[in-house]
Design a protein around this ligand. Structure first.
Ligand code: SAH
Ligand code: SF4
Ligand code: F3S
Length: 474
């Protein structure tokens, strides 16, 4: 038998790229490719790219340069494919800038990878020109992408992303996503349920439903009527084995009353909501075409908090959007003060070719953007530190995901996505443990197991592990 071919996939950007990378790996596993975590010994390298900001978009070219050099030094040839949002946005331009690329494939064509790779192979080693596939095909790729094997599910651990909605029809004036991912499409509910059941059979306990506008989800159910995100979450929470459900990224405009109530009614829905606001200034929100104002955002925050008092929020912010004045920026700072975020992502506005904002006058100077982002991030960091500090002494369930750095250590996640380090047995991975938080640092929390699924199933081991970290410290 010939050696299996080795595949290395590197993803940049958002969680959808992480999910897509797994689906590409599953597709190529059927063609005999096995995953490797080193690009150097791979026969096929896929760079799964992100186009959201200029810096993200440029990363692929430095990576391609590095790959080419390594290939030249080793005197060997690898096949190199560029996938993801840069592939969609730049297409054949990539082949002009980086001659080592064999294949450029956009996000809606991943089901065609085997035939595209075969075609690129037929072109041979001298790379007269690579192959470019960036059409938005009529067929639904999800109908053709094979599911992961049980072994692949187990390797990926007890948490999983599942794409339920892809693309965006909102057209915020700064954003490339509507062009790179295409129009908003929702997957049918029964197909998502099948996928989640299969993941749960393989040991997955927590699913994060992902979409560029996940709360605009409107997929067909088994009876052929349209189901919304609340119905989908409800159905998934019922799947045996699934203990936790999350969804991201939602848009404030699509946070309806039903979904807000779901945060009160569905215990498996985690009390943590990522809700991007971008700016606290109504003038800037209008120029961004966000279709919501600060009042709507604050109103949603209040209503979600009323439904689920222990909920925490995270958000995305852009500073230095064209025309943003000191007063506009002050509005953003004030909104942040008002809400209090547990975690956040903030970015300097990056002008993206082809978007309406790129052509707007009054671009904000780099120095001003830098000043504003520092002030904003300092405030957001203080809020995160305060939120984490308030967790000290609290008890909550963590989902144990993997071994820690040191023997006997395990790492899990709190309901608020914080990393939590505990002492415990390897067999507890994939279970919910009740943990009392003892220490808080900037990167993670640490705590002591007080109970939980593993210990209920193995009462004999309870006394050995519960409270063990305290003993170790003493
Ligand atoms: N669909 C989500 C997120 C899309 S991209 C939403 O509707 O909010 C993730 C984040 O990147 C955005 O929320 C925004 O804060 C940031 N972003 C997008 N385009 C950007 C640009 N041109 N410059 C700087 N940040 C940008
Ligand atoms: Fe981009 Fe706006 Fe769509 Fe989010 S809602 S993906 S920011 S266009
Ligand atoms: Fe980037 Fe595309 Fe995601 S641009 S953020 S990889 S949708």
């Amino acid at each position: 038998m010939s050696e299996p071919r080795k595949l290395y996939v590197r993803s940049f950007g958002c969680q959808m790229n992480v999910y897509d990378a797994q689906r590409m790996t599953d597709t190529l596993a059927q063609e005999g490719y096995v995953e490797t975590d080193s690009p150097d010994d791979a026969d096929l390298v896929i760079l799964n790219t992100c186009h959201i900001r200029e810096k993200a978009g440029e990363k692929v070219y430095s990576e391609l340069g590095r790959l080419r050099k390594a290939q030249e030094e080793a005197g060997r040839r690898q096949m190199v494919a560029v996938a993801g949002c840069v592939a969609q946005a730049e297409g054949a331009e990539i082949l002009k800038r980086a001659r080592s690329v064999d294949l450029v494939v956009g996000p809606q064509s991943y089901h065609k990878l085997p035939e595209l790779i075969a075609a690129a192979e037929r072109r041979g080693g001298n790379r007269p020109a690579g192959i470019v596939e960036t059409e938005f095909p009529v067929e639904d790729k999800f109908d053709f992408l094979p599911p992961p094997t049980r072994a692949a599910i187990a390797r990926r651990g007890p948490t999983a992303f599942v794409t339920v909605q892809e693309g965006c029809d909102k057209f915020c004036t700064f954003c490339v996503v509507p062009y790179t991912r295409g129009a908003e499409v929702s997957r049918p509910l029964p197909k998502i349920l099948d996928e989640v059941s299969r993941l749960a059979d393989g040991g997955v306990r927590e699913v994060t439903l992902i979409g560029q506008n996940v709360n605009a989800y409107h997929g067909l159910d088994a009876a052929g009527r349209t189901a919304n995100l609340t119905e989908l979450v409800r159905a998934i929470a019922e799947v045996p084995g699934i203990a936790r459900v999350r969804y991201t990224t939602s848009h404030p405009r699509d946070m309806d009353d039903e979904l807000i109530a779901a945060h009160r009614e569905i215990p498996a829905l985690m009390p943590y909501l990522h809700l991007p606001v971008q700016s606290g200034s109504n003038r800037i929100l209008a120029a961004m075409n966000r279709r919501h104002d600060r009042e709507l955002f604050l109103d949603i925050v209040a209503r979600v908090r009323a439904a689920r008092p222990d909920i925490a929020f995270s958000s995305d912010f852009i500073v230095g959007f064209p025309g943003e004045s000191d007063a506009d920026f002050a509005d953003t700072m004030e909104l942040v003060e008002k809400v209090g975020f547990a975690s956040s992502f903030s970015f300097k506005y990056s002008s993206r070719p082809g978007t309406p904002a790129a052509g707007m006058g009054e671009q904000v100077p780099e120095a001003v953007k830098s000043e504003r982002i520092h002030a904003l991030q300092a405030l957001l960091d203080r809020q995160k530190a305060a939120f984490d500090a308030a967790c000290r002494g609290r008890r909550f369930d963590i989902l144990i995901e993997k071994p820690g750095r040191f023997p006997g250590q395990l790492i899990g996640r709190s309901p608020y996505l914080q990393s939590v380090v505990v002492e415990g047995p390897q067999e507890a991975i994939g279970t919910l443990a009740e943990v009392e938080v003892r220490e808080v640092s900037t990167k993670s929390l640490s705590g002591d197991i007080r109970g939980g699924e593993f210990f209920m199933r193995n009462p004999a081991r309870e006394s050995r592990f519960i409270g063990q970290s305290e003993k170790l410290e003493a």
